[in-house]
Design a protein. Structure first.
Length: 282
């Protein structure tokens, strides 16, 4: 992988990580188009650009994350009303929010530990990518046209169901943000809180996966793990994914608030159908 391929791949990752179009699916498509087809090569690079987009989340949502961290160990002074609103007696809003994040991680942790090999095999099939993009388009359409009641706060049950959506979205072509936000909208949660929750809940799983990959890299040796990827390519991809990730994260939050996700349903349908036709004809 040269620096130009890395720049383009980082651009794809940064822009599509937050937009409801599936970053993993676009990376798989871009890898084929750019000639980056070696799974070992793409794995090392994918780890770098995913960590870059996590950092962009920390930058864009630093106020919300600081709110969680400062309130996590704050002495509890909740009232009966607070307990009824947030779900657990004697926990403040920040502590309940963190618990919801932890609950949302359970399904993706199960998938990661039990079905990791199966999921990784799907990245070699663009037909799977095309089909999953069509499913993403359907989910975005359903969430747009449904008119459920708007809840003030995300409940623990909703957090778990949204977590299931995130776990299923490990398949390439299923948009993580589209699946989690779309599922949250179908459950009746407010648009304003869903984008923030969706982007924060993905931070622990991605960092956890990165730590496991670092363990594998240490076992096989750094030089062997690079497997043809230059340091320049990694740095270029990382920086590109970080910058574009910051832009896309801010843009996506505004799009969700304005209810404009339906436009991405059409995009995912077009790309999904095109990929399927491409695989059938070629």
């Amino acid at each position: 992988m040269d620096w130009l391929q890395a720049l383009l791949m980082g651009l794809f990752q940064g822009l599509t990580e937050y937009l409801p179009v599936s970053s993993s699916g676009h990376l798989a498509i871009a890898g084929k188009l750019l000639g980056v087809e070696d799974p070992d090569k793409i794995m090392m690079f994918t780890v770098a650009v995913h960590v870059a987009t996590v950092l962009s989340t920390l930058v864009v949502l630093y106020k919300e994350i600081a709110w969680l961290l400062t309130g996590l160990f704050k002495k509890q002074t909740c009232t009966t009303t607070d307990s009824a609103t947030y779900g657990i007696k004697c926990l403040n809003a920040e502590q309940n929010y963190v618990i919801n994040i932890l609950i949302s991680m359970i399904p993706v942790a199960i998938i990661g530990f039990c079905f990791k090999d199966f999921v990784e095999q799907q990245f070699n099939s663009l037909m799977v990518v095309g089909i999953c993009l069509l499913i993403t388009a359907l989910l975005l359409s359903f969430s747009y046209f449904s008119k459920p009641r708007m809840k003030e706060h995300i409940s623990m049950l909703d957090a778990f169901i949204i977590g299931v959506a995130q776990a299923v979205a490990v398949l390439p072509g299923l948009s993580r943000s589209g699946s989690t936000i779309g599922t949250g909208l179908l459950l009746g949660n407010k648009k304003e809180s869903l984008a923030q929750f969706s982007f924060i809940m993905v931070i622990p799983p991605i960092l956890g996966e990165a730590l496991l990959d670092v363990k594998d890299i240490c076992e096989m040796g750094f030089a062997a793990s690079m497997n043809g990827i230059s340091v320049t390519a990694l740095v270029v991809g990382f920086i590109t994914a970080f910058i574009t990730g910051c832009v896309a994260c801010k843009w996506m939050i505004n799009l969700v608030k304005r209810g404009k996700m339906i436009y991405f349903a059409g995009y995912c349908a077009i790309i999904g159908i095109s990929v399927i036709i491409w695989q059938i004809c070629c």
